[in-house]
Design a protein around this ligand. Structure first.
Ligand SMILES: *Cc1c(COP(=O)(O)O)cnc(C)c1O
Length: 388
C-alpha cells in the first residue's frame, strides 16, 4: 500500500460493532471484563485505548515501522525516549535541536546524572570524537530548526552503530511523507504530531515509532509507567489530520519553494535557507535522504531586529506565532521566540541572528501569499530607504 492509502486506512477499519467508517472516540477510562482476567484486549485506558491503537498503528505504518506509541505532546514522547537512559549515561545531541528538547536534556535529565554533548551533527568527525565508553544515544533532528541544516542519517548511523549507540531522529520537520529515518538505519523516530501530522493547529501530541521488539517493549513499559498519554479526542484529531498529510505536504512544499525563490530575489534579504534550493549546501543530501524538501523556509533580513519586526507586522495572511506545520502560514522570530532562552552569544554564533525569520509556509493560494509578502517587503524597503 502507498502512503496516502495507508494514511486513510491502516488501523482504521470500520468499527466492528456498528460499521462506523470513522474511528470512534472511545471516551472511556476502563473496559469490562467478562470474568477475572478475561477481556477484549483493553483493561484501563492509560495502558490501551482503541482510538489510540488506531493512531499508533497508522503512524507506525507511515514510518515503515512495526510499532507506534502516541503521547500527549512531542515533549512527552521525547521524555519517554529519555526514560531509556540510566544514571551515568552519555548522549550526543545535535546542537540546534528543538528548544524544548534542549531544555529537557540540559535542565531536567542532567539532574539524573545523564550527560549531554551538543555538537554540529553535520560533522561526522565531531560525532566520532565525542563517543565515550558510556555513550548510549545519538539524538538528531534533520532538517533542523530554524536553519534547515541536514544531518546525514545513514552516515551517522554507520558511525555510531558499532559502539552500540541508539540513533534517535526527531522527524517532525520533514514529516513521514518526506523522510523515513528507520529506512535509513535509525532505531527510533520521534514526532511532535502537533505539527505536520496533526496539521491543523488544533491539537498537541507526540509519537514514537520503532522496529525493534525489545526497544518497543521498553518504551511501551515507560509510556504506561510514566503515563504521558493522549486522550481519545486528541488521538481522533491527529488521525483526522493524518488522513490528508500527503495532500497537505505536497502543497506546503510547492508553496515553500515558490516563497524561497521570491525571498532570494528581495534586495533586503541577506540569505535564504531552504533545502530545496540548488544552492543549499546540502541540497544533494536532501535529494537522496528525503523525498521532498518540506514547508519550512528561513531567511536573514538586512537591518536586524527592526527589519524582522517591521516585516512581521506588515503581513496580513502570514501570522506571527509559535509552532509550525499547520495549514496556515506563520512567521516566527527565532531569536526572541523559539530560541530566546539561548544565551545571546551562543545564539548568534549558531546563526540565530536578530534578522532571522522562519516561515511555516501554509497551503493558502500561492498568489495570495506572494502578494502578502510583496506588500510587506515594499513597506520594509521603503523604510530602509528612508533611513539611508
Ligand atoms: C514542537 C516540536 C517538538 C515538541 O513538541 P510538542 O508537541 O510541542 O511538545 C519537538 N521537536 C520539534 C522539532 C518540534 O518542532
Amino acid at each position: 500500500m502507498k502512503f496516502s492509502t495507508k494514511a486513510i486506512h491502516v488501523g482504521q477499519e470500520p468499527d466492528p460493532s456498528t460499521g462506523a467508517i470513522m474511528t470512534p472516540i472511545y471516551q472511556t477510562s476502563t473496559f469490562a471484563q467478562s470474568e477475572i482476567g478475561v477481556h477484549k484486549g483493553y483493561e484501563y485506558a492509560r495502558t490501551h485505548n482503541p482510538t489510540r491503537t488506531a493512531l499508533e498503528t497508522c503512524l507506525a505504518s507511515l514510518e515503515n515501522g512495526k510499532h507506534g506509541l502516541a503521547f500527549a505532546s512531542g515533549m512527552a514522547a521525547t521524555s519517554c525516549v529519555g526514560n531509556l537512559l540510566k544514571a551515568g549515561s552519555h548522549v550526543i545531541v545535535g546542537e540546534d535541536v528543538y528548544g524544548g528538547t534542549y531544555r529537557l536534556f540540559a535542565k531536567v535529565l542532567t539532574n539524573y546524572n545523564i550527560e549531554f554533548t551538543f555538537l554540529d551533527t553535520r560533522n561526522l568527525n565531531l560525532v566520532k570524537q565525542a563517543i565515550k565508553p558510556n555513550t548510549k544515544m545519538l539524538w538528531i533532528e534533520t532538517p533542523t530548526n530554524p536553519l534547515l541544516r541536514l544531518a546525514d542519517i545513514k552516515s551517522l548511523v554507520n558511525t555510531v552503530k558499532s559502539y552500540n549507540i541508539i540513533t534517535v531522529v526527531d522527524n517532525t520537520f520533514a514529516s513521514p511523507y518526506f523522510q523515513n529515518p528507520l529506512d535509513l538505519g535509525a532505531d527510533i523516530v520521534v514526532h511532535s504530531t502537533t505539527k505536520y501530522i496533526g496539521g491543523h493547529s488544533d491539537v498537541v501530541g507526540g509519537a514514537i515509532v520503532v522496529n525493534d521488539e525489545n526497544l518497543y517493549e521498553e518504551l511501551k513499559f515507560h509510556q504506561n509507567a510514566v503515563g504521558g498519554i493522549p486522550g481519545p479526542m486528541d488521538c481522533f484529531l491527529v488521525l483526522r489530520g493524518l488522513k490528508t498529510l500527503s495532500l497537505r505536504a505536497r502543497e506546503h512544499e510547492k508553496n515553500a519553494l515558490a516563497i524561497a525563490k521570491f525571498l532570494k530575489a528581495q534586495k533586503s534579504v541577506e540569505s535564504v535557507y531552504y533545502p530545496g534550493l540548488p544552492d543549499h549546501p546540502q541540497h544533494d543530501l536532501a535529494k537522496t535522504q528525503m523525498r521532498g524538501f518540506g514547508g519550512m523556509v528561513s531567511f536573514v533580513l538586512k537591518g536586524g531586529y527592526e527589519s524582522a519586526n517591521l516585516l512581521s507586522k506588515s503581513t496580513k495572511i502570514f501570522t506571527l506565532a509559535e509552532s509550525l506545520g499547520g495549514i496556515e502560514s506563520l512567521i516566527c522570530h527565532p531569536s526572541s521566540m523559539t530560541h530566546g532562552s539561548i544565551p545571546e552569544k551562543d545564539r548568534i554564533e549558531r546563526g540565530i541572528v536578530d534578522g532571522l525569520l522562519r516561515f511555516s509556509v501554509g497551503i493558502e493560494d500561492i498568489d495570495d501569499l506572494i502578494n502578502d509578502l510583496d506588500f510587506a517587503f515594499n513597506v520594509l524597503e521603503n523604510n530602509l530607504r528612508i533611513k539611508v
